[in-house]
Write a protein that binds this ligand. Structure first.
Ligand code: GLC
Length: 429
């Protein structure tokens, strides 16, 4: 079974490879996505290190002059997707992109690839990417912490990568949709509408996008004018972790002069996470920077604390209690949202389903922190989900069924890099 699934995972990555870059899945997501590509690189690295580097190098071809790395790269027009390049209206050199970013996992992956081989070619590829990573992380620090809290503010739910989270409902309720031009969705033509966001949410997504476009996607102006400005614990923790990895790269690759700046970001973000702790529910939540309202639910973001290197028992113990409570409630871990919360829906996009990539990040952090039991629970559940439902985009935590797109690249990638039982066999050999 394991070997067959490994072979299938390989073939999915190959089929979704459009020549140096990989799409998440055919039809639903026909372009290069930011954090998808980074997970894909980690998957490729298990059998083709050169191709793994190429995926990240090609991703950075889309980097903007101000350092921003966009969430979608529209390398060639594909009418099966909405909103496409014309709707975003960004500059088109060397190709059009979306207008905001996505979770910055890349520095962590670059460190992984760098540490895989000491060959000169490997070192030089990491060296070439380092200044680009530095520019991207500086962009977050410069433009996306308008209150100086030490957290990352997102300007659109899509920037979080957790597009339809119940925590976005409160900030989205303040978005005026009256000026939104007519549009036709394409996602619901590919996937059951029950698994996708509601029309009301989509209208708000389009309203925010229209405002960003009117700002010419200028980083300062977008933050000033967007009606949706929310500090996101998942992106902040992913960036905090990525900064720790960037610091190691700076040391090992000889970028000594950059170290103090990175150390400053890390210290600030460690403090910033305190502003996202909700003492009432004892978990990390979102903070609406327009209204100062804290999110009220436990999302899978909270379980990235160890991944971010946060280790205070005052935080880890209550989070472990949440983990154990949730594990007693659902068949499979980690649901993207608390099954005890009214906003939970087991099959609707980011309102409950499990994403294998979030499982991978959470389990990686737990393993590093010595919590092998919880990490193994997550890994074994991921194995069961894939065995049962294949390489789906996401999975129901209640019945394990697959949802969203199929033959999904990042699910296949983290299978190869982390979940597959054959890794344990190889390690033991
Ligand atoms: C959805 C997800 C996002 C992902 C994209 C492509 O929009 O919410 O995180 O990057 O699909 O897989």
């Amino acid at each position: 079974m394991g070997a067959d699934l490994d072979a299938l995972a390989h073939s999915i990555l190959k089929e979704n490879d459009l020549g140096g870059y990989t799409i998440p899945t055919k039809g639903l997501y026909p372009y290069q996505w930011n954090w998808d590509s980074v997970f894909v690189a980690i998957g490729f690295a298990t059998f083709d290190l050169d191709r793994a580097w190429q995926e990240i190098e090609n991703l950075f071809e889309g980097q903007w002059d101000d350092g921003m790395l966009p969430h979608i790269l529209f390398r060639k027009n594909d009418p099966s997707y909405f909103p496409g390049p014309g709707v975003w209206g960004t500059k088109s050199d060397p190709f059009p992109t979306s207008g905001h970013s996505q979770p910055p996992v890349a520095a962590t992956a670059v460190r992984d690839l760098f540490e895989q081989s000491s060959a000169p070619e490997n070192v030089s590829r990491a060296k070439t990417l380092f200044p680009k990573l530095m520019a991207w992380h500086r962009w977050w620090a410069t433009y996306r912490d308008p209150k100086g809290h030490g957290t990352v503010a997102i300007v659109h739910p899509w920037e979080s990568g957790r597009d339809n989270l119940p925590d976005w409902d409160e900030p989205l309720s303040n978005v005026d949709t009256t000026g939104v031009p007519e549009y036709t969705r394409k996602d619901t033509a590919h996937v059951d509408p029950e698994m996708r966001p509601l029309k009301q949410d989509y209208d708000r997504y389009m309203a925010i996008l229209t405002i960003g476009k009117a700002c010419g996607w200028d980083a300062t102006e977008v933050v000033e004018k967007t009606p949706f400005l929310v500090a996101d614990p998942a992106i902040t923790m992913i960036l905090l972790r990525a900064n720790r990895d960037l610091l190691v790269l700076a040391e090992k690759l000889g970028f000594q002069k950059d170290k103090a700046e990175i150390e400053g970001w890390i210290a600030k973000q460690e403090r910033g996470m305190e502003t996202l702790w909700n003492p009432e529910i004892q978990a990390y939540v979102t903070r609406n920077l327009r209204t100062d309202v804290l999110g009220a639910g436990v999302s899978s973001a909270s379980f990235l604390a160890s991944y971010a290197g946060l280790s205070d028992p005052k935080v880890i113990e209550p989070l472990n209690a949440h983990f154990d409570r949730i594990a007693g409630k659902v068949e499979f871990m980690l649901p993207s949202y608390d099954p005890d919360h009214a906003g939970f829906e087991h099959k609707r996009y980011w309102r409950g389903p499990i994403w294998a990539v979030v499982n991978y990040l959470a389990a990686r952090g737990m393993t590093e922190a010595g919590d092998v039991a919880r990490a193994e629970k997550i890994r074994q559940d991921t194995v069961s989900l894939v065995e049962r439902s294949g390489f789906a985009e996401y999975f129901s935590p209640e019945d394990g069924s697959g949802a969203g797109g199929n033959s999904f690249s990042w699910t296949a990638a983290v299978w190869l890099a982390w979940a597959t039982p054959s890794l344990a066999v190889n390690k033991a050999a």
